[in-house]
Structures are given as C-alpha cells and as structure tokens.
Design a protein around this ligand. Structure first.
Ligand SMILES: [Fe+2]
Length: 271
C-alpha cells in the first residue's frame, strides 16, 4: 500500500499576503499541522507547484522552515508562480539547478515521475519536445505501477476559462490554464495506461477527478483558496467560503482511492 498526501498552490508570500480575505501563510501552517497530525503514516507529500506567489527568494526563505516541519518527505513540481532555480536550490537542495526541474523516483515499487510544465514566457504550461520524448520512453506498456505529476492540467475540464482562456478586467485575453500541448502529453502516456495509477496536477485551485481513455486525472485543491470551475463558466471566480483542503491518495495494487480532507481555516487566516 502506497499512501501520499497531494497538496498544491500554497502561494506563500509575506506572512500577511492575502487574497479575498484569506492569508496564505497561516492557511499553510494549518495544513502542515493537519498532515503531521494524521493518525497513520504516509509515504510522502506531493506538492504540485505554486509553492510561493512571486518566485522571490524571500518567499522561499519564509516557506522553507514551514515545509521543514513536515514529518514526511516532500516532493515538488515547479509551478508558474515558482522560480525553478530557487525551488531547486532552496527547497530541494540542488546546488546546480537544471533548466527544467523533472525528476523520477520509486517508493514501494511505484515509479513517480514529476514534470516541470512551467512555460518561462508567461503563466501558461507546456512540455518541451525533449520532455515529451522522455515521457514516451518512460510510458511503455510493460513495467511497474506509475504515477505522473505536473502543475498544469493536461486534460480539458469542461470549463471555458480553464480550457480556452478568459479576458481580464482590461479586456486582455489571458492564456489558458490547460497544458498547451495536452494532446501530445496524452499520446505519450497512453501506452502505459494499464500501469498508470494516476496523473496528479494542481493550478486550477479546485478538486477535480477525470476518467479519460482509461487513465485517472486528479487535481488537488489549493491550500490557499479555491476557484469555481463549472461548465460554461467564462472567467475565474473565487469561492472564499470554501475550506482549504488536501487530497489523501491510497494505492493498493490496481485500486486508487482519493479522499479529500478539508480543514477549517485558522482564525489568523482572515485578513
Ligand atoms: Fe498555477
């Protein structure tokens, strides 16, 4: 049995940084406490990106001691709000950062591949041709159970603002949340569907599960704040009344269980 906690989009900045009345830092403190208080052991924590808000060194310096309080190992995907170099140096301990932060590791016979989907130009997501080539080599039909993680959603979610973009208050078209080359991603992973236990992502600030072509796609809610994602919804809409949360994933043979664990916002979260 492999168990992990999937968290995402913590957006840590200053201790007082707030959006729609809630502070990201005390929210994340509450999440760390809740994970540490789980009455059973997990194998690791997966953070699918946007650890910090602006990719700034001071933000990673604030986040680091809080993340160090976790009593389980943590693995990261690089998000569009992250700085890949600082994420690798400050949180992962890589002295000479890679251009893109991809990694693979194995725990209890399950292979986990984390991909850096951040487009360095803007907030959209893309995988390079060399990343797709590596993914094709990884995703053969034969092999051990496999998990893939990345920040941007690699599957359409029946929500126009996520799938096709939206206009901001100035009428400027914002890029899509959907991974730009999601079809190439899906083609690359398809041969491994029988051993692929799930594709885990964040970015959308909303818990969501999709069953597509025999593969489970699963988004973690944000530990900061959620956004509504409904069919026909054409612009992002904060839902500050929703609690912060994380996903608890159990993998036993071919069975995958995803539980969402909601946490009351701490009193200190209110801005
Ligand atoms: Fe993001």
């Amino acid at each position: 049995m492999l168990r992990f906690v999937h968290i995402s989009d913590s957006h840590i900045s200053t201790p007082d940084f707030a959006h729609y009345g809630h502070r990201s830092y005390p929210n994340f403190e509450a999440v760390v406490s809740a994970i540490n208080a789980l009455p059973f052991k997990i194998d690791f924590v997966l953070h699918t990106g946007d650890v910090v808000e602006n990719g700034a060194a001071e933000e990673y310096a604030l986040a680091k001691p809080l993340l160090a309080q976790l009593r389980f190992p943590i693995y990261y995907a690089n998000g569009n709000h992250d700085n890949s170099d600082l994420l690798q140096r400050e949180l992962i301990g890589i002295h000479t950062p890679n251009e893109r932060y991809d990694c693979t590791f194995s725990i209890k016979g399950v292979q986990i591949a984390i991909l850096d989907s951040s487009n360095r130009r803007d907030h959209t997501g893309i995988l390079t041709e060399s990343q797709l080539e590596a993914l094709r080599s990884l995703c053969t039909s034969e092999g051990v159970p496999l998990i893939i993680a990345l920040h941007h959603p690699p599957v359409p979610l029946d929500t126009p603002w996520l799938d096709s973009g939206w206009c901001d208050s100035n009428g400027e078209l914002c890029g899509t949340m959907l991974l730009e080359n999601w079809q190439a991603f899906q083609s690359a992973i398809a041969p491994a569907r029988a051993r692929l236990r799930g594709v885990f992502f964040g970015h959308i600030h909303h818990a969501c599960q999709v069953w597509n072509n025999g593969i489970l796609y699963c988004a973690a809610p944000s530990t900061f704040g959620q956004l509504a994602s409904y069919p026909e919804q054409r612009a992002p809409q904060p839902t500050p009344e929703q609690p912060i949360a994380f996903n608890l994933v159990s993998i036993d043979g071919e069975q995958v269980i995803v539980r969402q664990v909601a946490i009351p916002r701490p009193a200190t979260s209110a801005a």
